[in-house]
Design a protein around this ligand. Structure first.
Ligand code: APR
Length: 232
């Protein structure tokens, strides 16, 4: 069985990372339009860099939760038949043990040089304008896909969705495109696992509500025929 899983901020919420739309539209106290657009970066690069430096540093203080662990367990069984597509810029899937993870919105632990176009693994701050390790210019920015920019690897995602038997959406509000349209691109049956019905809940064949740390392990058990499943 070929499975594509889409994850959003909700899967990392119980690890202690804040979601985008659950606290009055603010993300860590900021309007996303003031920190997550190319225009915001042009206007005030220092503010945007500091914001992402804080987010990057926060990764060291959090750990994967039972939902990330369950998806890693699923990959151990399904191998190449599972692809996790995430909108998250954290690294909690990888730290839980998932290897087949595609970050359509980029990654906090990567820096992109706008002069030479190289990308570099990055764990420290960018706000102090360090030189690019490749070309030496102080033009590194977070390797994050901001509003108005093109998500990474959509051809790969479209192909996987067109070939999948099951598409599962976890912890995403379903309001940001293109991810919100994946349910329509999926060839197979569709399932949503979210704290509350998302904006697109009625597009899924089935929608289950609850915290990801409970719903995801239960669904994985169900799929693998290991132990009790969950009720809707
Ligand atoms: N378990 C399951 N779902 C949860 C949990 C939880 N513990 N906590 C919150 N949720 C759900 C919320 O109900 C909400 O529907 O997760 C969803 C989070 O939605 P958003 O904050 O909108 O995050 P996301 O869908 O990932 O945002 C998409 O928008 O700002 C951009 O680029 C950013 O990748 C992000 C994209």
């Amino acid at each position: 069985m070929r499975v594509v899983v889409l994850t959003g901020a909700g899967i990392s919420a119980e690890s202690g990372l804040s979601t985008f739309r659950d606290s009055g539209g603010l993300w860590e106290g900021h309007d996303p339009m003031q920190v997550a657009t190319p225009e915001a970066y042009d206007d005030d690069p220092g503010l945007v860099q500091r914001f992402y430096d804080e987010r990057r540093a926060a990764l060291a203080r959090v750990r994967p939760n039972a939902a990330h662990d369950a998806l890693a367990r699923l990959e151990a069984r399904l191998g190449e038949d599972l692809l996790v597509v995430t909108q998250n810029v954290d690294d909690l899937h990888e730290r839980a043990g998932s290897a087949r993870v595609h970050h359509i919105h980029g990654r906090l632990r990567s820096a992109w040089c706008t002069t030479c176009d190289e990308r570099h693994p990055w764990d420290g701050p960018l706000g102090d304008r360090p030189p690019c390790p490749w070309c030496g210019e102080a033009t590194l920015r977070p390797d994050i896909v901001w509003f108005g920019e093109i998500p990474y690897g959509m051809d790969l995602v479209e192909r996987a969705l067109g070939e999948c038997d099951l598409f599962v959406s976890i912890g995403t509000s379903g309001v940001v495109y293109p991810a919100a349209a994946f349910v329509h691109w999926a060839r197979g049956t569709t399932l949503e696992l979210n704290l509350e019905p998302s904006a697109g809940a009625s597009d899924f064949a089935e929608s289950r509500q609850g915290p990801a740390s409970r719903l995801v392990p239960a669904w994985v058990n169900e799929l693998l025929g290991e132990g009790p499943g969950t009720s809707t």
